[in-house]
Write a protein that binds this ligand. Structure first.
Ligand SMILES: NC(=O)C1=CN([C@@H]2O[C@H](COP(=O)(O)OP(=O)(O)OC[C@H]3O[C@@H](n4cnc5c(N)ncnc54)[C@H](OP(=O)(O)O)[C@@H]3O)[C@@H](O)[C@H]2O)C=CC1
Ligand SMILES: [Mg+2]
Length: 352
């Protein structure tokens, strides 16, 4: 779909209108909202607001899914009024995207207890009753959200958390001020501009050509195994981080490495997950688990992984019952890596 963006370029003696795609016009519009506080404030008039309480999004249950309600500016003002709050509080919201028709989307947390904020946390049970929904921890809701909603809520939560944690300038100690869109904070005293940050994390599915290597940390839900993950050290390339993490965590040396995809992951802080497939030499597969990092690691066959992929998680543990081996949720890039490995394996078996 294409739209005329209204940009005209003067060529010789006539104006020619460039045809820009919907995606480009949307991107330019979001850029303008981030740069121009007045334009962003204007966008709030026709925009919609996603609400959070203590970083937990407002959700409504519909059968086995969660729906994500949105409020118009008018509805939000009415809600704030009911709780004795000033509409000025809307300026704490952050821009998280927009529709193809340029309806801007914002997120606002009404339950953060920040010492530097003039606003108090609003009472959660009363708000839930008023809004006919519940503020549910995002980690617990991801199994019941569709991928578009989860990606939007991941962004919103990460940005709201970043603002909550960056209220002061690390050089002057003075309070920093957010721009209208929430794309940066500025210290009026030192003039330092702070931008939201993500930590780069490599996530690697190691294979010996036949099996794949999965590991678990003690903090994972019982029975869950995932690909190897680790934060990049300062100064490292992705390739170096993968080689180091695999050596550190399971004592193996990566022979070949291939980039697959990336994903923003908000837990526990914002990470940019960089997913790769790696292989080790067929003869060098003996795992030495680093117990300071992992609880267990093992090689899994194609059939074992296929069985785990067919199961629907999460599992509720019954007393004295051992849980079956399970994999990360569909939304996690670890799941995508594992699925991709399975498809490649199936493809190479067909060709053999
Ligand atoms: N989306 C997905 O599919 C998956 C996402 N992940 C995510 O990947 C991330 C990294 O995986 P993990 O195996 O834990 O990483 P690591 O193997 O690097 O180990 C984590 C430890 O590294 C230290 N560390 C170093 N740098 C940082 C940093 N910038 N932020 C926080 N801790 C740091 C911390 O130690 P200390 O506590 O001692 O300070 C932390 O406990 C996790 O946040 C996890 O949520 C993991 C698997 C799948
Ligand atoms: Mg790790």
């Amino acid at each position: 779909m294409f739209l005329y963006y209204g940009i005209a370029c003067k060529r010789k003696s006539f104006w020619c209108y460039r045809l820009l795609s919907t995606y480009v016009t949307k991107t330019r519009y979001l850029f303008e909202l981030k740069e121009d506080d007045d334009a962003c404030k204007k966008a709030q008039q026709t925009g919609v607001f996603y609400l959070f309480h203590g970083l937990a999004p407002l959700l409504q249950t519909s059968e086995h899914r969660y729906l994500v309600p949105r409020l118009s500016l008018l509805e939000l003002k009415r809600l704030l009024g009911k709780f004795g709050q000033d509409a000025q509080r809307i300026e704490d919201s952050v821009l998280i995207g927009c529709s193809d028709q340029h309806e801007a989307w914002f997120a606002l947390d009404l339950g953060l207890n920040i010492s530097s904020s003039i606003y108090a946390s609003l009472p959660k049970p009363e708000m839930e009753t008023e809004l006919k929904g519940s503020f549910i921890e995002l980690r617990k809701a991801i199994f019941q959200l569709n991928s578009m909603d989860s990606s939007l809520l991941f962004t919103a939560q990460a940005l709201l958390r970043w603002h909550a944690n960056h209220q002061f300038c690390s050089r002057s100690g003075q309070p920093t001020k957010k721009n209208m869109a929430g794309s940066k904070r500025v210290c009026p005293s030192s003039k330092i501009i702070y931008y939201p940050q993500m930590a780069p994390v490599v996530i690697t599915l190691v294979s010996d050509g036949v099996r794949c290597l999965l590991a678990r940390q003690s903090s994972f839900p019982k029975g869950l195994y995932s690909a190897l993950a680790g934060f990049c050290d300062i100064g490292e390339s992705v390739e170096e981080a993968v080689r180091r993490e695999v050596a550190e965590e399971v004592g193996l040396e990566v022979e070949r490495l291939e980039y697959s995809a990336s994903q923003h992951w908000p837990f526990p802080n914002s990470s940019l997950m960089i997913a790769c497939h790696a292989t080790v030499k067929p003869g060098q597969t003996e795992i030495q688990v680093n117990l300071r990092e992992l609880e267990a690691a093992a090689w899994f066959s194609h059939d074992e992984v296929a069985t785990a992929l067919r199961r629907k998680g999460p599992y509720i543990q019954q007393e004295n019952e051992t849980l079956p081996f399970s994999l990360p949720p569909r939304l996690a890039i670890a799941h995508q890596l594992i699925k991709e490995w399975m498809e490649r394996h199936a493809c190479s078996s067909r060709l053999a």
